[in-house]
Design a protein. Structure first.
Lengths: 148, 543
């Protein structure tokens, strides 16, 4: 299991990037410039292309142009499974009903195009008492709880 | 049967709370229908032509009497006093009000049931052999494997926004009673060197592009099964097509990549996934398997059946199957009376079947993919009493696997996707062939009707299949011959131009007459078709 900060507060990044933050560059731009520390990954881009460079990345922003397109969930898990410990942000058509699964896949910040109601976010993230399966959030799966 | 523990209860309760909240936000206008749609779908709620339809999961088709009675209760309280059993071993209610849905889910949760992932682009309810635990030909009960998969796939965070829906079936016999190779993943539990493992067939399906799943891995050990499934799904989630809804199922990905390249990618992913520790220990499988222990059946129970009532004897010959324990039998209850709607049962009938299960079948029932109900563990000495009770309730139609045991989708009478009605066609065919002697003369003949190209009525897999299409605003029915969803899996071939509603019934009669004229000793309809080919049938139909 990959270790990373268990960020309970799940800050919502505002807009494209927070004040003073380095803008995320495209995957192509990132791979051809050695000094960037933030990258944006589109749904059809291979998260594994970043694996050799995880050490110098502070932010990976995964794009969700449409909430129905679930490729970003796999991208997130692949990055966490490879040991990425920096910020992993879900950006775009990110809805309150998706964020609990996103968090399980390793996202720790959210930049939704339409702002989310903080009470709904809180409810969504505290809804599930346990989880059936291992994912990238470090949660202990139910089968392990059953057998110690 | 699997019984929930505190964790299972808590998970289902959380889901009910979550969906209640989502319905509340929808009714308050806080979320749009577009945003609500995938959420209600993942809770089994469809918007149909006239009302909401709720699809309730029956994991691997297994129920106890308490759960069955709850299905009757829901039909009575929230619907129009009946339910419709489906080809994925689930039950659907056709006249549900959105505001009632949370209360229904709460009622279901009280008997360890739910509607989780019965639709939507996620891993659907796991289906299985309706004779699991009772069939003489199985190497083990497949349901513990299915339950392991059920838990792994429930609320799976990575695979809830797949390119398209994803269906898994698990069997453990060479005879395939679950249309295993027409699923996105079909698993057959097999034995190698004294160990059981899972053979993975991936990329089957029906719909507008029917495909038979190729074998991707012939033996995945129990300890690796969930990792292997996870690898199969991850490759699909990343590379399945999302540009065209009609090309988004995994069968298209595997067809385009080729089975060998898909296998290579899965194996590469599997090596990685296996290192993550997602497979539960054997102790968890054993905990589940213990709950599917065979019921205490007395192998010295009398094996003779008193066949002095001729109507009873006809039913025994057609609807009762061999059990692995002597003195016992598997009862198949047909939900296909002549003139009825295939798969429908009234609340009173559902209650009666629950009573019979409690009294005579160790409290177990099964739903079959052919839309019938099974009492899996019955003493032969009790068969007559069971038959009398079924007969009095209109549930003793002796037509299992005969031409009137029709699979039909709800069609244009209910479904917003349909192009044509299925139910009236099924009724007219059943009426035309209502003479039981004639049906028995025709022997095993699996007839399957879909009201549109999505193939919910499995028409590709029918010995005789019917596909309803819309032709310039009128309903038109295409005829297919030679399909099978069983171990001799094959896809039907279209005969030629389609027919109107009466014309299709006439065409089927010409086909069956031709079969009787052409068949050799011991041949079923599909055997004769495979031997002689389409030409003689085409000639008989079109002249």
């Amino acid at each position: 299991m990959v270790e990373h900060a268990d960020n309970q507060s799940l800050p919502q990044a505002e807009g494209w990037h927070a004040e003073g933050e380095e803008p995320a560059v495209t995957l192509d731009a990132f791979l051809s410039q050695s000094n960037a520390t933030a990258v944006r990954l589109e749904p059809d881009e291979d998260a594994r292309a970043l694996i050799p460079h995880l050490d110098r990345l502070a932010l990976i922003e995964v794009a969700f142009p449409k909430f129905r397109d679930g490729r970003g969930y796999s991208s997130a898990r692949i990055l966490r499974e490879a040991g990425y410990a920096g910020e992993l942000r879900a950006q775009g058509d990110v809805l309150v009903d998706q964020i609990a699964y996103m968090k399980r896949c390793g996202f720790d910040t959210f930049a939704p195009e339409k702002p989310l109601n903080p009470a709904d976010v809180e409810a969504a993230l505290t809804r599930w008492p346990e989880h059936y399966q291992t994912a990238a959030d470090g949660a202990v799966p139910i089968w392990k709880l059953r057998h110690g | 049967m699997y019984k929930y523990d505190e964790y299972d209860h808590a998970m289902v309760a959380a889901r009910v709370a979550e969906f209640s909240d989502q319905v509340k936000r929808r009714l308050a206008g806080e979320i749009t229908e577009d945003q609500f749609k995938p959420l209600r779908l993942m809770n089994g709620l469809y918007l149909q032509l006239h009302a909401y339809m709720l699809r309730v999961a029956v994991p691997y088709g297994t129920l106890d009497s308490r759960q069955m009675r709850m299905l009757a209760h829901i039909a009575r309280k929230y619907d129009r006093d009946y339910g419709h059993f489906t080809t994925r071993q689930n039950i659907q209610y056709n006249w549900i009000k959105l505001e009632d849905a949370p209360a229904i889910l709460e009622d279901l949760a009280s008997v360890e049931m739910h509607a989780i992932q019965t639709s939507g682009n996620c891993i659907r309810n796991i289906s299985s052999d309706q004779w699991a635990g009772a069939a003489a030909d199985e190497i083990t009960d497949p349901r513990p494997w299915a339950e392991l998969l059920r838990q792994w796939s429930s609320f799976h965070p990575e695979f809830s926004y797949l390119p398209r829906k994803f269906k898994i079936a698990v069997i453990a016999a060479d005879e395939d009673r679950a249309a295993m190779r027409l699923h996105d993943i079909g698993i057959q539990i097999v034995e190698k060197d004294g160990q059981h493992g899972a053979a993975f067939y991936v990329g089957g399906g029906m719909g507008r592009t029917p495909m038979i799943a190729p074998l991707i891995e012939d033996f995945v050990p129990l300890d690796d099964m969930l990792s292997y499934a996870e690898a199969c799904l991850r490759v699909y989630n990343r590379y399945g097509r999302r540009d065209n809804i009609y090309k988004a199922r995994i069968k298209i990905l595997i067809h385009e990549l080729g089975a060998d390249e898909y296998r290579r990618q899965v194996e590469e992913e599997f090596v990685h996934v296996k290192s993550l520790g997602i497979d539960p220990p054997k102790a968890e499988f054993d905990r589940i398997a213990k709950q599917f222990a065979p019921p205490p059946l007395d192998a010295s129970a009398p094996d003779e059946i008193d066949r002095s009532d001729p109507d009873f004897a006809v039913w025994v010959d057609q609807n009762v199957a061999a059990h692995k324990v002597p003195g016992h039998a598997i009862v198949n209850i047909s939900l296909k009376p002549v003139g009825g709607i295939p798969g429908d049962a009234s609340s009173a009938q559902i209650d009666l079947m629950a009573d019979l299960a409690e009294k005579y079948s160790h409290d177990e029932l099964r739903v079959t993919h052919a839309q019938n109900i099974v009492l899996p563990h019955v003493r032969k000495a009790d068969l007559y009493a069971i038959w009398q009770a079924l007969d009095a309730a209109g549930l003793a139609t002796p037509n299992l696997d005969l031409i009137s045991d029709i699979i039909a989708c709800p069609g244009l009478d209910y479904c917003s996707l349909a192009n044509a009605r299925s139910i009236p066609v099924a009724q007219k065919i059943a009426a035309r062939f209502s003479d039981l002697g004639r049906q028995k003369e025709l022997g095993e003949l699996k007839l399957k009707i879909s009201g549109c190209i999505n193939a919910c009525g499995h028409h590709h897999a029918g010995h005789i299949g019917i596909l309803g299409v819309d032709r310039k605003g009128t309903e038109n029915y295409q005829l297919l011959l030679g399909g099978s969803g069983a171990e001799d899996v094959s896809l039907g071939t279209i005969t030629g131009p389609g027919f109107d509603e009466d014309g299709i019934v006439d065409a089927i009669e010409r086909v069956t007459d031709k079969y009787l004229a052409e068949r050799s000793e011991g041949e079923r309809f599909v055997d004769t078709f495979r031997r002689v080919g389409m030409a003689p049938f085409k000639e008989a139909i079109y002249g």
